[in-house]
Design a binder for this molecule. Structure first.
Ligand code: GLN
Length: 321
């Protein structure tokens, strides 16, 4: 079956979603990172970037916020590129944990691999694998340039967020050293923890996140500037990781109710991918008990439902101008 929808119809749905969801007041800003706790809870944006580079933006889409866990997707791509899928499967894994993003229990249960690069343990292991091992400056350069390329523009470290997080990340420090205990961190644990914290504190706009998502939807070519960032076969690999664990212990519920693989971050961002069609992102700081933005989830679910699009329905989709 073929479904057809126009960009104009999608644009109307995105604007409706914004009006409908801006009234939602549930959720609270992340409280365990002081910088995030004091962010304006009313901020709200939705962005969609088609694989031909056209965009739809509404709300605070130029506001700069910390990438947090969405950065895990970028660094997973970087090491998939460098090491290949088999090695990543062996050294980190691609399993859903079914547990919170910062779970120590998950490491104890699966101590032969840190589950997936999209939870904290696997993300710290992923950062540790970035070349050149032992060289903090060069590793950061590789991580930072990869994120800029995926987002199609300049991103900037939010110093206050970085320091706020570095002073309060005792749980993540425990994770880094527990990984060391199991030989599952592949560079110095403190260096890896610091670079992980730094990538989480990179400031992006919601519009940039939609470009990042659209680059994945577009088989590795950034649709805003035509630059190839990664091999097309890696799109399916990273989308499968997002689908299985993108919302941590709520990943199944998300996929069941939204029909789009996506990844969240505790600062309030959500980035979703419909392969071959578009990338979508939404941002609003208040999060639920699993660390996923309440308003951003509602907005993307609304758009998926009203547009009738769903990655699992087997329909081919044509988006007309
Ligand atoms: N920097 C955050 C942390 O490590 C990221 C978590 C998230 O966005 N879910 O706790």
């Amino acid at each position: 079956m073929e479904k057809r929808i126009t960009k104009k119809e999608l644009s109307a749905i995105v604007n409706d979603a914004y009006e409908h969801c801006r009234k939602i007041k549930e959720g609270n800003n992340a409280s365990y990172i002081p910088y995030l706790a004091k962010e304006n809870s009313d901020l709200f944006a939705i962005s969609l970037c088609f694989v031909d580079g056209d965009t739809i933006n509404v709300g605070d889409y130029n506001y700069i916020f910390g990438m947090e866990s969405i950065s895990k997707v970028a660094t997973a791509l970087l090491i998939l590129k460098e090491y290949g899928c088999e090695t990543i499967l062996n050294m980190i894994g691609a399993d859903a944990t079914g547990l919170p993003f910062n779970s120590i229990m998950a490491i104890l249960l699966e101590n032969n691999h840190p589950s997936t690069p999209l939870v904290n343990a696997g993300a710290i292991a992923a950062v540790s694998m970035v070349s050149p091992v032992g060289n903090k400056e060069q590793k950061w350069k590789a991580i930072y340039e990869n994120i800029n390329a995926l987002c199609g523009g300049h991103t900037e470290l939010i110093d206050e967020l970085y320091h706020s997080e570095a002073l309060s990340n005792f749980n993540n420090r425990s994770i880094a050293w527990l990984l060391k205990n199991y030989n599952r961190v592949y560079d110095d644990p403190e260096l890896s923890l610091d670079l992980y914290t730094k990538q989480c504190s990179l400031g992006v706009t919601n519009e940039q996140l939609s470009t990042f998502a659209a680059t994945i939807a577009n088989g590795g070519v950034n649709p805003r500037n035509g630059t190839r960032i990664f091999e097309s076969r890696l799109s399916a690999k990273i989308i499968s990781m997002m689908a299985s664990v993108g919302f941590y212990e709520h990943s199944g519920n998300w996929l069941f109710s939204s029909g789009i693989p996506a990844k969240s971050g505790v600062s309030g961002g959500v980035m979703g991918v419909l392969p071959g069609l578009f990338g979508i992102s939404a941002f609003a700081p208040p999060i639920d008990n699993a660390g996923n933005s309440v308003r951003a989830q509602a907005a993307i679910k609304y758009i998926m439902e009203k547009s009738g699009l769903n990655i699992f329905d087997g329909c081919s989709v044509r988006i007309d101008d």
